[in-house]
Each structure stands twice: as structure tokens, then as C-alpha cells.
Ligand binder design. Sequence first.
Ligand code: 0O2
Length: 266
Amino acid sequence: MEIQLWKEILTPYELAVDELTVKFNHIIKEYRQMGVYSPIEQVVGRVKSISSILDKAQKKGIELDEITEKIEDIAGIRIICQFIEDIYKVVDIIKNRSDMEVKTCKDYISNMKPSGYRSYHMIVYYNVETTKGKKRIEVEFQIRTLAMNFWATIEHSLQYKYRNNIPEHIRKSLSESAQSIISLDDEMATIHTEIVDAQNSFNIKANIISDILNNIQNLYKMASKKEVHKIQDEFYKIYKEDDLLQLERFNKQLDIIAEGYRAQGV
Ligand code: 0O2
């Protein structure tokens, strides 16, 4: 197949990966802006390379003109979560979206692969608008924890190195480490609430501080320099005390001061 034709085939997949990466990163941003724990930790996307597409087609006996119809993971999005329960929240987020339609789901977490591989896979239909019109393509989502991703990444490179004939002693070690990953994820699940609480207060504090700094910046336009410097000093003093309630109170006071200036029409 001519290179130009490959480019034409892959363009909608590139667009889908770009759009979906932005959309899922925005979900993380929305959660964090609300000061709430995000079930999504990280999002990465890729379009399968031409050589990997050819390898897969050859392995599965797929003709070149059947590639887009029969290879479901030309566009791939990987969503990394902190905890196993987050994975199922992400699955629900995807199922409830109006811009995607789920074709199939494979739960390799409840049904671990013999290799030790664990991840949740979804094939989803997604529409993109190209210069040639609307195109409905398939996208593969792999949703897994940080720990599962660590294992899969290492195992994948070993598969590549040994061309799927991983020596027995390495296979054994991978299988044992897969068990350790299960224990690690289970252990983390037991302190889930504590970790989430800590991350939530971190986000809440970051949001309040950002609000305070915005308020101080706005006061520069309305109040005297002397007054703003006094407010700034007060802020640094409260900041050092690391007390969320005091920061919240201080922020409310700033709101009232700003409101006062606005009412005076300054
Ligand atoms: P690559 O190089 O990552 O793109 P099947 O026909 O069911 O055996 P299928 O249809 O590809 O295989 O679906 P499956 O099993 O859900 O696998 C899809 C992708 O999941 C794979 O794509 C891998 O990325 C990943 N995966 C599946 N099994 C394993 C595993 O044992 N170890 C690791 N590290 N990853 C796995 P590709 O195209 O095979 O590979």
C-alpha cells in the first residue's frame, strides 16, 4: 500500500486520539477544580504504528483492505487509575457518554490472562469530522491501575525482546510479580479512604490559595498599594500556619473587602 494511502487511513484515528486525550484530561481537570478526587490519574493515547498494524494483520490473517474493519485497536487510549475501584468508575463514565458507543468490554481484572496481564478493555465507536466528512471509527480503551500498568509495560517489552518466547525463568518471575501487583493493589484499597482524603484536602487547599491570589491580584486594581501589601503579609502569615479553616476564612474576608470596593464603584 502506498504511504499516502496509509496517511489517509490513519488520519481519522490520529484525530480521535487527539480529541479523546483532551476530553479525558479535561475530566481530570474538572474533578480537581471542584477539589474532588479524580478517578483518572493519567491519560495517554497512541495510534498503532504501520509496522505493528502489519504484524497484527499477518498474525491474524487479515487482508490489507480489511484492516480498519478487523483491527480494533488502531486508535488506543490508556487510562491510568490509582485504585481498582476507580477503573469501574471510569468504565461507567465511558458507558454514559453521549459521544461514544461501547461495542465490547473485556474484564481482564476479574479474569486475569494466563500471562498475569490485568487491565479492563473497551472497544468504543467514536465519530470524527474530517475534511472528507464524518467517520465512525473504533477506539480501544485500556483502563488499569498504576501498578498494573507498571507490570504490563515491563512484560510488553520482554515479549518484544523475546518475540513472544519469554524464557521460563523470566516467565516465572513475571508470574510471581503479577501476584505481588495484585497484593499491592489490594493493600492500597484498604487505605483508599485515607489516601483520597489526603489528596482531596491537597486539592481544596490548592484551589483556595489560587482564589486568594486571584482576589489579591484584583484588589491591586481597586485598593491602595499599602492596603494590598498589608493583606499580602497577612496571607503569608496564615499560609505558614497551614490551617485550611483559617485560609477559607481569610478568602471570605477578601471577598467581602472586594465587594465593598465594588459597591463604592472604585
Ligand atoms: P500492542 O503491541 O500493545 O498493540 P486476542 O485476539 O483476544 O488474543 P486482541 O484482539 O488483540 O487479542 O485483544 P486483547 O487480548 O484484548 O489485547 C489487546 C491489547 O491488550 C494488546 O494489543 C496489548 O496491548 C494488550 N495485552 C493483551 N494481552 C497482554 C499481555 O499478556 N501482556 C501485555 N503486556 N499486554 C497485553 P496487541 O496488539 O496484542 O499489542
